[in-house]
Structure formats: C-alpha cells, structure tokens
Design a protein around this ligand. Structure first.
Ligand code: FES
Length: 103
C-alpha cells in the first residue's frame, strides 16, 4: 500500500467544490464537503471530462461534459453500479490534506 502524500493546506481546497491536484503524475480530484475530504481520479471514464469541475449532490459528482455520476466515496458509477474511477484515502494532519493513492 502506498504512503500518504501531503497535497496542501486544507484551506487551499474550496468548500463544496472540487479541485484538481497532480499526485505522482496522476490527476486527482479533491472534494471538501461536510462529510470530509474525498479523492477520486479526475478523468471521467467516458471521454475524460474533468470531474473536479462537476456538480456535487448527495455524495456524488456529475461529470460536466455528459452527466455521468460517480460516488465520491467509492468512485462507482451511480447510474448502474459499475466500477468507475479509482477512489483514494485521505486524511488531515496538522491542517494539511494527505492522499493515499490506490492502484
Ligand atoms: S466525459 Fe464525462 S460523461 Fe462524457
């Protein structure tokens, strides 16, 4: 399992919106919500739309290009339960967000 990697102060992540970061050359979308900080791969499986720019509702983000939705905890496609994008563990230590990349 990979190590947790610091990606920046929690205040750098706008509340209720997504933000893209690059971690070990992977594009990751970070979402700061009431329920915590969530991380999923940024590129939509359909045509690589930027999930960091999607609308967030009920724990899911909807791709801004054609509307595919992904569960922010699991990355699973909400519409049909198929495996979607990878999700990644996060934690906050001393006000800094860390992400642990999954495979
Ligand atoms: S690129 Fe995301 S739904 Fe088409």
């Amino acid at each position: 399992m990979s190590a947790y990697i610091p990606i920046g102060p929690v205040d750098d992540f706008p509340f209720g919106r997504g933000k893209q970061v690059t971690v070990e050359r992977r594009q990751i979308a970070i979402f700061r919500l009431d329920a915590g900080i969530f991380a999923i791969d940024n590129l939509c499986l359909h045509q690589a739309g930027p999930l960091c720019d999607g609308e967030i509702e009920d724990g899911a983000v909807t791709c801004p290009w054609h509307g595919w939705s992904y569960d922010l905890r699991t990355g699973i496609l909400v519409q049909d339960g198929r495996v979607g994008v990878s999700s990644h563990a996060t934690r906050i230590v001393d006000g800094v967000v860390h992400v642990q990349l999954s495979s």
